[in-house]
Design a binder for this molecule. Sequence first.
Ligand code: MG
Length: 242
Amino acid sequence: MSVGYDDTPMIPGQPWKVHDGQRPAPRIVTPGASCGAAPSDAVVLFDGTDLSQWEHLDGGEPKWKVENGYMEVLPQSGNLRTKEHFGDCQLHLEFACPSVIVGESQGRGNSGVFLLGRYEIQVLDGYDNLTYADGLTAAIYGQWPPLVNACRPPGEWQTYDLIWESPRWDGGNVLCKPAYVTLLHNGVVVHNRKELLSHTGHRDLYDYEYHPPTGPLMLQDHNNDTRFRNLWYRPLKDYDEA
Ligand code: MG
């Protein structure tokens, strides 16, 4: 309720007074029953049962294995992407790298989470695994290493909780806002609203190229049988936006 005093100051940059009773109440969201469980307004991309919301990059049926509540990369079957396109969001997912260590460096449990199909957050078995820093688990691939290595041992389930802001261009095709990502790996902050330099790539850097602010979420087939489960997102909205 409003405090009701006419001399209550306006909040700078906002159309509201301090304690303004006219300001819309934030909508109610029921949190998930446990940490990582989808809250009431989440869009569930994979609930452990089927890949109905996913497709192969050629638009065909995804070939990855689904069992025991997870999906598992079928090596050399190709990347998967969501049929749905979305942009600014809060994203949760869980992954597990193979419990039996095969290979080294970038060959261990490698996969990737590509926002808008272009911007890779690395998935790797980075536990006691020497590799280049900007290719470690949770790295913004080829650009920024994670602030710390928060990996669990191979075979254990790990979490990414990510806040994504898509880049924006003005009408003249000039970049007016780069992409930003905040990421918690197993509950540990590893990127704090970090600016991306461009889309990501292997041994290369790029300039930003115009694209819509929405796109599919893509998961990488990097020839390792990495597993994913419990993928959901919430569109990121602004204050006072229902
Ligand atoms: Mg990768």
